[in-house]
Design a protein around this ligand. Structure first.
Ligand code: GTP
Length: 555
């Protein structure tokens, strides 16, 4: 099957003549490379990203060393469709509403061709467009790579975000009821699931409640033997609900951890089938009711999950035959259409070929750009660090005024948390969570006073230090006391001095001793009485700061 085969490809012209089909696939994959190569070039420009880019160098070495091995990806059709979207963004500097219009049309077309349902495609496109345009520019990352990342994140969300684990009963055996149309792979899934659970250390029993196809019971017996789990059956004469009930009783007496009930499939959904399933469900009160659907039926699979859920109430789906699905519509639509997660995927006929459904891994397989994604993530992390370094520099500046102060509190809020910033300052890791909470509270408090200062006062804190009138006005407008405003002004001067000390320590090549620094901060906060002692300790520059503060206190 083309979707699963691994093609050994040589990039030589002779090989292309020998096998034009293989060569076409190779060139298709090679077209993806300019992205990776330019990504590499950009990466080397940024020292922080150099280490990460070595992966690309490794790849290039391997490529130069000889033949190219390309795996024809599952969902290959969708991957190829999406590629044309990235290609359209070559040469643009930033993602805008205008320049993403055409790539978005390609993505839309690729998803529709993959048999994703139209409402799902619409929502997806809307969400990707909104996020792509609102994305911050990351240095070293090109817009096409950024779009890849946005699409990846949205694909992960579309498929449920997180892996959805099996639930187990709190007491007694866990009952898993499997339902589905004929030939979708239910009986095979029974055995695959039993093997999976056995590997988890759980004992299992299979119950043959498919009474309409005698071969199904034989098939289950054979598979049960293969996996090494008991199979409970009563032939084809008993009622499925009775068989399931008796099977559960047997399983309980054997102290099995999990009982998996195989039910009959029909060619299409009909009332008799639903009623029978309802009866079986009532008889065994299952922990999981999983609908087995064939991935190759595309969005129809998603519709089925919805209608089974409406009729009998299910807990999730198992997508089989994903190995033969080159489109991907089912995997992408099930969760969004039905609200029910895909819990497992079948990827082959062997009993080992079942695995939990990981939305993130699936998205990466669809995009076929694992390297680009991890590169963008790394670049985002570097950008966050650079933000923090920039912030640090500003904090350390002796010319720090209320504008800087405000900007920084806002930046801190943008970064999510003060604790994160503290953690980024070398040596500051010992700050306790209580101290951090207190600092965050103080920041808000101070911000309310700064907000009512005039632009001039923010620029030149000395104005407030010199004028009681101004301090009174700020107090009145912010709803704080005059004393609190005075404290804020004093604090700013203290901060300037403290920052100078930190700068001195850093420029003196020694890394600052933070314990000592924290101690001195505490000492500073004890008030004016200690000023003389601090003056001796901090030298001339500190002296000037303290003079300014003292002058202000006298007024
Ligand atoms: N390639 C592939 N084949 C599968 C997968 N799962 C099941 N099959 C094949 O699909 C066919 C039908 O599987 P069954 O398990 O008999 O299906 P069923 O749903 O129990 O069928 P009924 O009992 O008739 O309802 C078999 O040939 C399986 O080997 C899969 O994940 N990949």
């Amino acid at each position: 099957m083309e979707a699963t085969s691994t093609l050994a490809l040589s990039s030589s012209p002779a090989a292309a003549r020998r096998s034009p089909e293989k060569s076409a696939v190779a060139s298709l994959h090679l077209r993806r490379f300019p992205t990776t190569s330019s990504l590499h070039l950009r990466a080397v420009q940024s020292p922080a990203l150099r280490a990460h880019s070595s992966a690309f160098q490794g790849w290039r070495r391997r490529r130069r060393a000889g033949g190219l091995v390309v795996r024809a990806e599952m969902f290959g059709q969708l991957t190829t469709g999406l590629e044309s979207a990235w290609n359209k963004l070559r040469g643009v500097d930033v993602l805008t509403k205008e320049n993403i219009a055409e790539p978005m049309r390609d993505i839309r077309r690729a998803l529709l061709e993959a048999d994703v349902s139209l409402p799902v495609v619409r929502r997806f496109i809307e969400s990707v467009s909104e996020k792509a345009v609102g994305t911050d520019v990351i240095r070293g990352v090109s817009p096409d790579q950024q779009l890849v990342k946005v699409v990846n994140d949205e694909l992960v969300q579309l498929m449920g975000g997180e892996v959805s684990d099996l639930s187990f009963a709190k007491s007694g055996p866990t009952v898993i009821l499997l339902a589905g149309l004929q030939g979708v792979g239910k009986t095979t899934v029974c055995a695959k699931l039993a093997l999976y659970l056995k590997k988890m250390g759980k004992s299992c029993m299979l119950v043959a409640a498919d009474v309409y196809r005698p071969a199904a019971i034989d098939q289950l017996n054979i598979l049960g033997k293969k996996v090494g789990v008991p199979v409970y059956s009563e032939g084809t004469d008993a009622k499925p609900s009775q068989i399931a009930k008796n099977g559960l009783k047997e399983g309980k007496s054997q102290k099995e951890d999990v009982i998996i009930v195989d039910t009959a499939g029909r060619l299409q959904v009909d009332k008799a089938m639903m009623n029978e399933l309802k009866e079986v469900k009532k008889a065994v009160n299952p922990t999981e009711v999983l609908l087995v659907v064939d991935a190759m039926t595309g969005q129809e699979a998603a519709g089925l999950v919805s209608s089974f859920n409406d009729e009998i109430g299910i807990t999730g789906a198992i997508l089989t035959k994903l190995d033969g699905d080159s489109r991907g519509g089912a995997a992408l639509s099930v969760k969004e259409v039905s609200g029910k997660p895909i819990k497992f995927v079948g990827q082959g006929e062997r009993i080992e070929d079942l695995e939990p459904f990981y939305p993130d891994r699936m998205a990466q397989r669809i995009l076929g750009m694992g390297d680009v994604l991890s590169f963008v993530e790394k670049a985002q992390e570097v950008m966050r660090q650079e933000d923090a370094e920039e912030l640090q520099k500003k904090i350390l500046s002796a010319k720090f005024n209320f504008n800087d102060f405000l900007k920084q509190t806002q930046m801190i809020a943008k970064m999510g948390s003060f604790s994160r910033l503290i953690g980024m300052i070398p040596g500051m890791n010992k700050v306790t969570p209580a101290q951090i909470r207190e600092a965050e509270k103080n920041l808000k408090f101070m911000e309310s006073m700064i907000n009512v200062m005039t632009p001039e006062e923010r620029e030149r804190p000395e104005l407030l230090a010199e004028s009681r009138e101004r301090r009174r006005r700020v107090a009145k407008d912010s709803g704080k006391t005059e004393q609190q405003v005075s404290q804020l002004v004093a604090q700013l001067f203290q901060m300037r001095a403290r920052m100078q000390k930190m700068m001195g320590a850093m420029q003196g090549k020694d890394s600052p001793n933070m314990d000592e620094l924290m101690e001195s901060i505490k000492a500073e906060e004890q008030g004016a009485a200690d000023a003389g002692r601090r003056r001796r300790k901090y030298g001339n520059l500190r002296q000037r700061q303290l003079d300014a503060m003292r002058g202000f206190r006298r007024r």
